[in-house]
Design a protein around this ligand. Structure first.
Ligand SMILES: Nc1ncnc2c1ncn2[C@@H]1O[C@H](COP(=O)(O)OP(=O)(O)OP(=O)(O)O)[C@@H](O)[C@H]1O
Ligand SMILES: [Mg+2]
Length: 261
């Protein structure tokens, strides 16, 4: 089981948008996917509500007992954000090291049943978000192209590199992924160029543009390439463009992950 996480402690940069669309993409590629919502906000749980395991919750991954998943039937299984329990884990007396150790054990038990684990985590510097990043194999850093988001994303990039160098040598940095990018805005074009100039090897070689189709797909709980017009049931033009761009990014991500044994 390979673990993928869109990581950024900045809020609203596209972590959930990436995670939920990618979960569907992997399933369509024939992978058995476990999705985990480690964010109390529960945005991923909402968009993935059709696939949620009733009676199970992401907080159980931090507990002492194996997680029981009674009805894994389709290609996608989701451990939703059980908000009160996640909050309790966050505030519990267990050390950060204990949280990571429990998480590793719980995931190892689930690993034979899934090809990929997709994690959605909170846009904050929480213990849970940190533990989830610690045990991941592949991190992508979605960012908006404004100065505040870029500053935080570069910090996250350095954190990923430092986790790789110390605690988790298996953590592959897939790079900073520009999201909600608007190439008609000179300030964004300039900022992206500057970012590329400074960290050429750490910027993902494609971007996700600012398109209303992403928000509509999230509202409709569907991956953007399956978004249909409410009036005539046809795929919308904006969704078609979003689909092409997002699937190209996902193809590259998957190829990179599949290339690692
Ligand atoms: N490329 C995009 N174009 C347009 N809207 C987008 C795009 N990416 C994300 N959004 C929208 O922006 C909002 C924030 O995105 P998202 O929820 O994915 O961010 P997040 O990093 O998960 O935020 P949080 O830190 O709060 O969990 C959502 O309403 C989402 O639908
Ligand atoms: Mg989110």
């Amino acid at each position: 089981m390979k673990t993928f996480i869109p990581a950024n402690q900045k809020g609203g940069v596209g972590k959930t948008n990436t995670a939920f669309n990618f979960t569907h993409y992997l399933a369509e590629e024939g992978k058995r996917v476990l999705g985990v919502d480690g964010d109390e906000q529960g945005n991923y749980s909402r968009v993935m509500s059709e696939y949620v395991q009733v009676g199970a919750g992401a907080s159980q991954l931090f507990g002492d007992a194996p997680v029981v998943l009674p009805d894994v039937t389709g290609a996608i299984t989701v451990l939703p954000a059980d908000k009160a329990e996640l909050r309790a884990v966050e505030r519990a007396g267990a050390s950060d090291a204990q949280l990571v150790s429990n998480l590793r054990m719980r995931l190892a038990e689930l690993a034979p049943r899934f090809d990929y684990l997709v994690i959605d985590s909170a846009g904050s510097n929480s213990r849970i978000a940190n533990a989830l990043l610690f045990v991941s194999d592949f991190a992508v850093i979605p960012t908006k192209i404004d100065q505040d988001s870029i500053d935080v994303s570069v910090e996250v990039l350095k954190r990923v590199v430092s986790i790789r160098n110390s605690w988790n040598p298996g953590l592959v940095n897939l790079g900073i992924l520009p999201n909600e990018y608007d190439s008609r805005q000179p300030a964004q074009v300039k900022s992206l160029k500057a970012l590329l100039g400074r960290y050429p090897q750490h910027i993902f070689p494609a971007y996700i543009a600012d398109r209303s189709a992403y928000r509509e797909a999230s509202a409709a709980k569907t991956p953007v390439w399956r978004l249909k017009s409410e009036t005539d049931g046809r795929t919308k033009t904006s969704a078609r463009e979003a689909a092409v761009e997002m699937r190209a990014v996902f193809r590259m991500l998957l190829d990179r992950m599949e290339a690692q044994s």
